[in-house]
Design a protein around this ligand. Structure first.
Ligand code: ADP
Length: 503
């Protein structure tokens, strides 16, 4: 059977309720016992009063010899005897059985002696004084025994009350411990999974997870998590649809841009072909070769344009792997060598041991787009710098351009591409990653470069941000995840000094 939070809470309350019930029943039984002892105490007090009455009428009879005093004395003696007979079973509670037995015996003797005294007094027997002394001694003793019983009873009630007080104190401590223990157990079994759930949701909201793990097997938690994960899957599907429709929309715009772009190389090819046709017989072989080279270059350009369009349109599977950064940057720089004006220098400081976890083709697209923008911004002269270093979340610098939420709990790689060209004005800075945002002339830029860069970096669970100053230039900062096993590789890499590249 699946555990549930409701059951755990119910069991917790049930345990406390049972404990309180047991303590209450125990206390009730003790109260009943004390009540009985107090009731018995009242009867012992009656015994005591009766014994005193016996002594009072005994003294009166000795003084005045009146028959009424003798009658009263005898009445109280028989009353005491009856009381003792009635109370006999209950006396076990007070623990005074031996006193009762003794009293019975003494009352018998007392009764005999009183009768003896009465007959001797009537007969003016001189031995009367001896009997009187004897009666007084026994009478005193009866009062002493009853007083003992009374004291005994009071002591017992006192003990019972003290016992009850201790029981109540122990019960309060037991309930407190029990409540604390149950509270602790409930917090472990109920609050902890909920806290874990909140933590997981938080981690998820920062984009660190695809789905929420189960913090406990409780039915309620399981149903919340499965509903949540279902909702996440739905969201993912919708997001993909949205991206696709956005892509389709941008494809339309891209197509018109590509058509425009293709127009230039095609008209160049067409012009070169025209010239060659017209001057086929007269032109010298060098000129013809030049024209053919131009045609070749323009064909390459057209091919490149068409291929980028295809690349953008194709839904290629992501293939992330551990990649050394240095060769990728090297290769990208070779691609763009021909686009770099003579007075623009590009330097790269990438330590050889830096690896990223990325899709090679897409990450190359990122560097290509960023570098082409930097070249465009530099104009005829300037400097472009590519710097990379390891980011260690434990040694966070006070100034972190990414803020607090970028790959904060895993080792990552920081890469920056900085140019000294025309910077970006503050009012357009927030829009540069928007699709189709461009400040370039028609045919030169389509405003999709940074949009695609942003999308690719997001797909790599990395971050990108930009800092720019119109007078000094622009820096694009990237942070990409490091391959998980890379830390061992790094430790064993012998040569990890940065290598400077320059073109
Ligand atoms: P495109 O290059 O086609 O214009 P992007 O999305 O690559 O599209 O860039 C959008 C805009 O951002 C550019 O038009 C430019 O104004 C600005 N931008 C991008 N990179 C830089 C840079 N390194 N220096 C100055 N401005 C830049």
């Amino acid at each position: 059977m699946q555990p549930s939070l409701r059951k755990k809470i119910t069991y917790g309350y049930l345990a406390v309720a049972l404990l309180i019930l047991a303590i209450s029943m125990f206390a009730y039984a003790e109260f009943r016992l004390i009540e009985e002892k107090i009731y018995l105490g009242e009867r012992v007090t009656t015994l005591f009063d009766t014994a005193l009455e016996i002594r009072r009428f005994e003294r009166n009879f000795f003084l005045h010899g009146q028959a009424t005093d003798l009658v009263e004395n005898r009445r109280y003696v028989s009353e005491l005897d009856t009381l003792l007979t009635q109370d006999w079973p209950d006396m076990t509670l007070l623990g005074v059985q031996h006193n009762v037995a003794q009293l019975h015996a003494e009352l018998q003797i007392y009764q005999t002696l009183i009768s003896d005294y009465a007959s001797k007094r009537q007969a003016h027997d001189f031995r009367i004084t001896k009997v009187e002394d004897h009666i007084r001694t026994i009478g005193k003793h009866i009062v002493v025994v009853v007083t003992d019983m009374l004291n005994n009873e009071r002591q017992l009630v006192g003990h019972s009350l003290a016992k009850l007080r201790n029981i109540l104190l122990a019960a309060i401590i037991a309930v407190a411990i029990c409540v604390l223990f149950i509270g602790f157990a409930l917090s472990r079994r109920v609050v902890q999974p909920l806290t874990q759930l909140a933590h997981n949701v938080d981690t998820f909201s920062r984009g660190k997870r695809d789905s929420l793990p189960l913090p406990s097997n409780d039915r309620e938690v399981v149903s919340i998590i499965s509903a949540f994960n279902h909702m996440l899957k739905e969201l993912e599907v919708r997001q993909k649809h949205l991206l696709r429709s956005e892509k389709l929309a941008s494809l339309g715009t891209l197509l018109s841009g590509v058509a425009h772009e293709l127009n230039n190389p095609l008209s160049n090819i067409w012009t070169s072909c025209q010239i060659m046709q017209e001057e086929l017989s007269q032109a010298d072989i060098h000129y013809q070769r030049e024209l053919l080279t131009q045609i070749d270059e323009q064909c390459q350009r057209a091919r490149h344009i068409v291929r980028s369009l295809l690349d953008f349109a194709r839904d290629r599977q992501f293939n992330k792997e551990s990649l050394a950064l240095q060769p990728i940057i090297d290769q990208t720089l070779r691609f763009i060598r021909r686009e770099v004006p003579a007075n623009v220098t590009i330097t790269a400081q990438i330590p050889a041991d830096i690896h990223i976890y990325a899709d090679k083709q897409r990450i190359q697209q990122v560097f290509l787009n960023l570098l082409m923008n930097a070249i465009d911004a530099s104009g005829e002269q300037g400097e472009i710098q590519i710097i990379s270093s390891k980011y260690n979340p434990e040694q966070k610098s006070a100034v972190d351009v990414f803020g607090h939420d970028c790959l904060v709990d895993q080792p990552a790689i920081d890469i920056s591409i900085t140019d000294t060209g025309q910077g970006i004005a503050a009012d357009i800075l927030p829009r540069i990653f928007d699709p189709f945002f461009t400040t370039k002339d028609v045919g030169k830029g389509m405003g999709l470069g940074l949009f695609i860069v942003y999308e690719i970096i997001e797909e790599h669970a990395g971050c990108i941000t930009v800092t720019s100053n119109v007078a000094q230039g622009t820096s694009f900062h990237l942070r990409l995840p490091q391959p998980i096993h890379d830390e061992q590789d790094i430790a064993t890499t012998a040569n990890n000094s940065p290598t400077d590249m320059k073109i």
